[in-house]
Ligand binder design. Structure first.
Ligand code: GAP
Length: 512
């Protein structure tokens, strides 16, 4: 995947052209960092959600799902620490009047240094060929050692300053590194300040009686406040998990990079409740399990890496991100956090209700510890979309734009195409659709020459095209064309569904 701005622009315009994503309220010039999912986008998003849900809930007998409300009692956010501590460190440029997240400016700077090391490594790989030992090279090549050490030093210092709430040192670091406004190059910065990210709203009709509420900034708290309800009604035994997907809202200041950082987005979260003292074992388990889930989609092992947090959130005793190689570089896709007993204890304190589990094996009650996995659905969508979009040069020199979505996630699984709009071929195509649509989202397309239709489906990401031609009338066969290889095969109409199942089966994908 090209790691550049052009590729990213292509992804954004392709998303619009092929009905994946539109800017919200576009006829009014849109709303910054808010997006709508279009006819194909909604399907891809639903399929990613389903892929996650099946692996988390159906494949784990000790995990159940819930769907809690977006609006919650306001004390929830006092207890969780979001009212006091859900802040971003902001810095303004005095010349451009642009506002940035100070930590993002520093991280971007550190990433550039990391990329320099990567470039050296890539060059050496080519130079040394088979005999290349990457680990040894990283430990001994002076330039690479220095780049990696500098990258670490910067991130560690930032983590420490943020952890100590030493915003003056964050500013000092920006000055020392000579970080400039990315848009104007100016280094004329204000001090760094904290800014709360929650959206406020009101409940109630009259101004006097209205209650101040927040739109939830994470779905996790809906799980914590329901911990005992689920445990008791489901007779769950520790360790067990509660999963949920749903909208979250954050008043992001630096909202950019399309659907990477949005103000209204969707999370897929799972809280895993464990015995105190066992949390780090489960933390490692979930790190590994979640990475496997990503790898099962076949989007390239080299496109993922772990990033262990230097600066831990107020609730965590260990945390890591799974980062993905987006067109703008490696960035956080998913977080795995060992959240201790912070949340349940805080809700006990603020609600006055016990949130404990009686462990029959230990014969004692305790507040469980929690390991959380939290992935942004929209971010996953962007990872899938950007990784799948490819321009391929064919043997005849022409370029084919193809969206090589993992077939299990593709919005439309097959397009059924009559070769011509007459001779009874459309009727046969419709019959095929009538049968397939019980199991798959399939579409009918009869417009344009069949070659153009193939290209249209390639660009939309449809894994199969099924063409009905005159031979179909004679022997009940069709051609099935595979998006990725463009190979075609003649099969019986009754075999289509089985053929598709070979490629589109949760069992095959999730057990990869
Ligand atoms: N419950 C823990 C939690 O919310 P987080 O790291 O703040 O942790 C988890 O968010 C995931 O949610 C991130 O890894 C990211 O994928 C997604 N996410 C967070 N903020 C987002 C935003 N503004 N737009 C899109 N996705 C976002």
């Amino acid at each position: 995947m090209a790691n550049n701005e052009d590729q990213f622009k292509k992804v954004v315009s392709h998303a619009k052209e092929y009905g994946y994503i539109f800017a919200s309220s576009e006829i009014y010039d849109g709303l910054s960092a808010v997006y709508d999912y279009a006819q194909n986008g909604v399907e891809l998003k639903k399929n990613i959600r389903e892929y996650w849900w099946r692996s988390m809930v159906y494949m784990h007998q000790n995990i159940v799902g819930i769907d809690s409300a977006i609006l919650m009692h306001p004390t929830t956010w006092k207890a969780s620490g979001h009212v006091d501590a859900f802040n971003d460190p902001l810095i303004d440029n005095k010349d451009s009047k642009k506002r940035y997240r100070a930590d993002v400016l520093i991280e971007d700077y550190a990433e550039k240094i990391y990329q320099k090391a990567q470039k050296e490594i890539e060059k050496a790989k080519v130079r040394f060929g088979e005999s290349f030992d990457e680990e040894q090279y990283c430990a001994t090549n002076e330039r690479v050692v220095n780049y990696l050490a500098e990258n670490r030093r910067i991130l560690e210092r930032m983590g420490k300053s943020l952890g100590n709430e030493d915003l003056a040192d964050v500013k000092a670091l920006i000055d020392e590194l000579g970080i400039a406004d990315p848009e104007t190059g100016s280094k004329n910065w204000t001090e760094v300040r904290q800014f709360n990210l929650m959206f406020g709203t009101k409940l109630g009709a009259s101004a006097e009686s209205a209650m101040d509420l927040y739109l939830r900034p994470e779905t996790a708290q809906g799980i914590f406040v329901n911990f005992l309800n689920v445990q008791k009604s489901g007779r769950m035994k520790i360790p067990f998990g509660i999963a949920q997907t749903g909208k979250a809202f954050r008043n992001e200041i630096v909202a950019r990079q399309f659907i990477f950082r949005m103000r209204e987005f969707e999370q897929m979260e799972m809280q895993f409740f464990v015995r105190p003292g066992e949390e780090l074992k489960w933390y490692e388990y979930w790190k590994e399990t979640r990475l496997k889930w990503h790898l099962s989609l076949g989007m390239g092992e080299e496109n993922y890496r772990f990033h262990d947090h230097e600066k831990l959130a107020h609730y965590a005793n260990a945390a890591a991100d799974i980062e993905f190689n987006f067109p703008f570089g490696f960035k956080e896709l998913e977080g795995i956090h060992s959240r201790t007993d912070f949340d349940l204890k805080a809700h006990e304190k603020f609600s006055g209700k016990k949130l404990q589990f009686f462990d029959p094996e230990l014969n004692e009650s305790y507040v469980p510890y929690v390991v959380e996995t939290s992935i942004g659905l929209d971010r996953m969508f962007l990872a899938v979309l950007s990784n799948s979009l490819q321009d391929e040069t064919l043997e005849d020199g022409s370029v084919r734009t193809v969206l090589k979505l993992p077939a299990i996630l593709a919005p439309v699984k097959a397009a059924v195409l009559p070769l011509v709009k007459k001779d009874g071929l459309p009727e046969i195509a419709q019959k095929i659709i009538d049968e397939l649509q019980w199991d798959y989202n399939v579409i009918y397309d009869e417009k344009d020459a069949v070659g153009r239709r193939y290209r249209r489906q390639d660009a939309a990401g449809t894994p199969f095209c099924i063409t009905v031609d005159h031979q179909t009338i004679e022997d009940n066969t069709v051609t099935i064309r595979y998006r990725d290889t463009m190979e075609q095969e003649r099969i019986k109409i009754e075999e289509i569904s089985e053929k598709m199942k070979e490629t589109i089966s949760y069992k095959n994908w999730l057990s990869e």
